[in-house]
Design a protein around this ligand. Structure first.
Ligand SMILES: Cc1cc2nc3c(=O)[nH]c(=O)nc-3n(C[C@H](O)[C@H](O)[C@H](O)COP(=O)(O)O)c2cc1C
Length: 579
């Protein structure tokens, strides 16, 4: 029988089927920014407790990775049809490249005597809560792993910290259902890193960052001709056991890591149906392996934002049974991609991936063509058939639940105003019914037939976009900005409270595609986590909990901050011995 829990503060008259669901809605409600006040945070930066951006495992053996030759990567356009890329053999070189193009440092910035590093994967406030792991079997040449291992990726020196070693027999049992040469990559989040600056809303930002990281590892795999798919049916407990982050003895004073996911990497196109979980017995064996290293403490003191612990617990993922991931028949994107492919096909994927940055200012005048807009938007629409998905959408098995509400400012052939991109055209009636009735729903001129983009209302919406994005100029001064609106209530009702995190991950993946697509046409993006939630809903007429805007984004011609100096990600000295 359904246990009905009645609404808590700010969740309206909704009833909940269990306490976890009520916790998630409560969390989402109280962490909304409102015109009357921002979500709870310290309100200032306590530099004394600024978290160390790098997690280290003291006492763990360090395996240095190689550095790639900058030209040794396929063209950017090829990674969306990755099966055209000849797969590289799994070796120390290719695994090094995989990390260098996904979770490594991308540069250092310096002003006066202050220096900070940037990474390939973006992060709210550059705080980087996402940690990366590798689980890999022994290699023929013994170059990286003589025995199967669990390693933590250390971006500060582009190296692996060996956390555990275990037998070949256990590895074989773990990887039995998968093609030869496959390995695993894990992600976890340290919530404190974001909470230090953003307080209670930080849990949301950690999830965005996980989504960005999923797309980043998917694209890096694609540059090597490899497939990557999230093993969706694992429980959080299983992920934690495999990554060694539930080992309290190794995390005594250290800020905990929360399990996110394990993804399977197959060094070719997946041509068989694969399960989305791992052998329970093998997981237990790895848990009992010989673990080394103690996690470092990131800050001398932490503030316990209680609600973050509560929501994290309420969306802990149980084991699920979504069945198999079928082999991908062919990779394709919408025809809009073909329109502009020729002009971008020569840019290298590593160049685009490594040069990705967030803009801090736009010039408020540059325009882009409608053709470029259609191309960019086509990259975030997964094909309707799961068997035809292109990266990064082939990495996940979730249904498409997030749509883009656009504030169009400077697109040459298009009227400025409000637009919507339905990332799944089958949702047209459902989304339309949830929005205000006076919208136009017209296809813009020359818009490709298979791109579900609609013109809703004409008008200069620069001020509006800025106002709802916490008064940030970047939302008004670019070519467009947008709110990512998720099918919120139905998704959580259908799958459970743990699905809350998946919705944010989907938005982060969209963000990563937009970041790269902007670079590909010579402009720049910025993710926007700070926005006023309900005023955004009001503009488009969304009421109640059916749809919620979870992440904002903007794109335009950047104006560089000339006071900053940019330095290389890794010193020549470090690289010298690692080629
Ligand atoms: C989830 C997320 C939210 C962000 N929110 C904002 C924002 O509200 N305003 C802003 O100026 N930048 C925002 N950013 C940009 C980050 O500050 C930027 O990614 C970070 O400083 C790292 O710099 P990089 O992207 O150049 O590597 C956001 C980025 C992410 C990933």
């Amino acid at each position: 029988m359904l246990r009905k829990l009645f609404s808590q503060l700010g969740t309206g008259s909704r009833e909940f089927s269990n306490r976890d669901q009520s916790t998630v809605f409560h969390y989402h409600s109280v962490t909304k920014h409102r015109f009357e006040g921002y979500a709870r945070s310290l309100g200032y930066l306590d530099w004394e407790t600024q978290p160390d951006p790098f997690r280290r495992f003291y006492g763990a053996e360090l395996l240095p990775l190689k550095f790639m030759h900058p030209d040794d990567a396929p063209p950017y356009s090829a990674i969306f049809g990755y099966s055209q890329i000849l797969p590289e053999k799994v070796s120390i070189n290719s695994v090094s490249k995989f990390f260098e193009l996904s979770l490594a440092l991308s540069a250092w910035k310096e002003i006066y005597s202050t220096r900070w590093s940037l990474r390939i994967n973006p992060s709210s406030g550059n705080l980087h809560p996402t940690e990366g792991y590798l689980l890999i079997g022994s290699m023929e040449d013994g170059s990286l792993a003589r025995s199967p291992k669990v390693c933590h990726y250390q971006p500060s020196v582009h190296a692996l910290e060996v956390r555990a070693e275990f037998s070949e027999q256990v590895w074989q049992e773990l990887m039995k259902p998968f093609p030869e040469g496959s390995f695993l990559v894990g992600l976890s989040s340290i919530h404190w890193r974001e909470a230090w600056k953003y307080g209670e809303r930080a849990f949301r930002y950690c999830q965005h960052d996980t989504g960005h990281a999923i797309a980043a590892i998917r694209f890096a795999a694609a540059t090597l001709g490899w497939s990557l798919v999230v093993l969706e049916d694992l429980s959080d407990d299983e992920v934690a056991a495999l990554l060694g982050i539930s080992r309290s003895a190794d995390f005594k004073d250290a800020e905990p890591e929360h399990p996110d996911l394990i993804a399977l990497v197959v060094p070719k196109k997946i041509d068989i149906d694969i399960p989305l979980s791992l052998s329970k017995e093998a997981i237990l064996d790895i848990e009992k392996a010989n673990w080394q290293g103690k996690a470092n403490r990131l800050s001398p003191e932490n503030i316990d934002w209680e609600i973050i612990g509560q929501v994290a617990e309420a969306c802990r993922k149980p084991k699920t049974d979504s069945g198999l991931r079928s082999a991908v028949v062919d990779s394709r994107r919408l025809s809009a991609l073909d329109l502009a492919l020729a002009s971008n096909s020569q840019l290298s994927s590593s160049q685009i991936i490594k040069q990705r940055r967030s803009a801090v200012n736009f010039d408020a005048m540059t325009e882009i063509s409608a053709k470029d807009l259609y191309r960019i938007l086509s990259a975030v629409v997964p094909a309707e058939s799961k068997s035809e998905l292109a990266p990064p959408w082939d990495a996940v098995v979730w249904p498409t639940s997030v749509h883009l509400c656009l504030f169009v400012h400077r697109i040459v052939e298009l009227l400025p105003g409000l637009y919507i991109l339905l990332r799944d055209s089958r949702k047209l009636d459902q989304v339309k019914a949830a929005m205000r009735p006076d919208l136009l729903w017209q296809k813009p001129p020359e818009c490709p037939e298979d791109l579900p983009l609609y013109f809703l209302m004409e008008g200069n919406c620069q001020q509006l976009a800025k106002q709802v994005s916490c008064w940030q100029d970047i939302a008004a001064d670019g070519v467009f900005s947008l709110g990512m609106v998720a099918e919120f209530e139905d998704s959580i009702d259908k799958y459970g409270s743990w699905y809350y995190r998946r919705l944010f991950w989907e938005t982060g993946m969209i963000g990563q595609v937009l970041y790269l697509e902007a670079e590909a046409i010579g402009i720049r993006s910025t993710g926007i986590g700070c926005f006023f939630d309900d005023p955004v809903h009001e503009i488009f007429g969304f009421e109640g909990w059916k749809f919620q805007s979870l992440y904002h984004f903007t794109m335009g011609k950047p104006v560089e901050d000339t006071r900053l100096t940019t330095l290389p990600a890794y010193s020549e000295e470090l690289k010298r011995n690692r080629v």
